[in-house]
Design a protein around this ligand. Structure first.
Ligand code: SF4
Length: 281
């Protein structure tokens, strides 16, 4: 799906406005134009995924966000879109506004505050002048915290949804792919918690890489399918995608483009669980 002229024009406008927190993206998984909210312009994340596309990614604390400026930038962006999307409505042209950015959104102590302000902003706009969805794209690592759980309830109240990262079928794969020592069992508990709070999709990167001279693909299907057994009734489905764009991390050349037939094989197996699976090459 080629980027729309509206996206190209908005990218030019965003560049001229020097927004710090808001950015347009042409998203395979969202199915078109997405407006990203970046709570980590310092490129800090608590994970360090092998395929991450954030340049200069580092570990470190979340920065202080000027939430007033963030909302001003988003207002500017939505107003520009309203003026330029005719004869369509903004809702027709913008698939979502998504918390994503250059780090894990829920590690920001201001995540809930910014979400509240976003909800207030959207409530002031006509329904057809709002993006079609509000989403949180998360690695799920902060779901044990009351403030994050509270925020997810608010997200649920506006019919938002969560895309929850699950790239592994074992502790070893979580370490190899996400560079976290978090046990998979604990990660799955957090996924279950997430499902009780808000509509939740699992998002999984199927990663092909050379290790010890052999091409391996993660997550390993037996472990991954086992992991999904406990949540398959609760999740809305799985967003399965291959690594299409160049990683910005030092992968020492081990990453390979995920073959389309491998993705399809994964999808076939997962559908036997009775789960909705969407594949993005
Ligand atoms: S969780 Fe997201 S931002 Fe953080 S390292 Fe992984 S892909 Fe990058």
């Amino acid at each position: 799906m080629e980027p729309s002229p509206l996206f190209t024009a908005l990218t030019g406008y965003a560049g001229s406005r020097h927004w710090q927190y808001i950015y347009p993206v042409w998203s395979r998984r969202a199915g078109g134009l997405s407006i990203g909210i970046n709570l980590h312009p310092n490129h800090c994340c608590n994970w360090h995924c092998l395929y991450c596309q954030v340049p200069g990614l580092q570990r470190g604390p979340s920065p202080t966000i000027d939430s007033r400026q963030l909302i001003q930038e988003l207002t500017d962006c939505l107003n520009w879109l309203s003026q330029h999307c005719a004869p369509l409505t903004l809702k027709d042209c913008v698939q979502d506004v998504a918390f994503a950015g250059d780090g894990e959104p829920t590690t920001s102590p201001q995540f809930a505050e910014v979400l509240c302000k976003l909800i207030e902003l959207l409530s002031q706009r006509r329904p057809d002048e709002r993006p079609a969805h509000v989403r949180l794209i998360t690695n799920g690592s902060q779901l044990q915290h009351a403030n994050v759980q509270h925020a997810l309830k608010l997200l649920d109240e506006i019919e938002g949804e969560v895309w929850f990262k699950l790239d592994a079928g074992s502790d070893g794969e979580m370490l190899a792919i996400n560079d976290t020592h978090l046990p998979l069992s604990l990660h799955l508990q957090r996924l279950q918690t997430c499902c009780t709070l808000c509509k939740t999709w699992v998002q999984t990167a199927v990663v092909s890489r050379i290790t010890d001279g052999e091409l391996t693909t993660t997550p390993s299907l037996p472990g991954y399918i086992d992991a999904l057994q406990s949540v398959k009734e609760e999740i809305s489905g799985i967003l399965l995608y291959g690594i299409a764009r160049q990683s910005q991390q030092d992968t020492k050349g081990c990453l390979h483009a995920t073959p389309a037939e491998v993705l399809e094989e994964y999808a076939e197996r997962l559908r036997t669980l009775g789960v909705c699976v969407r594949v993005f090459q």
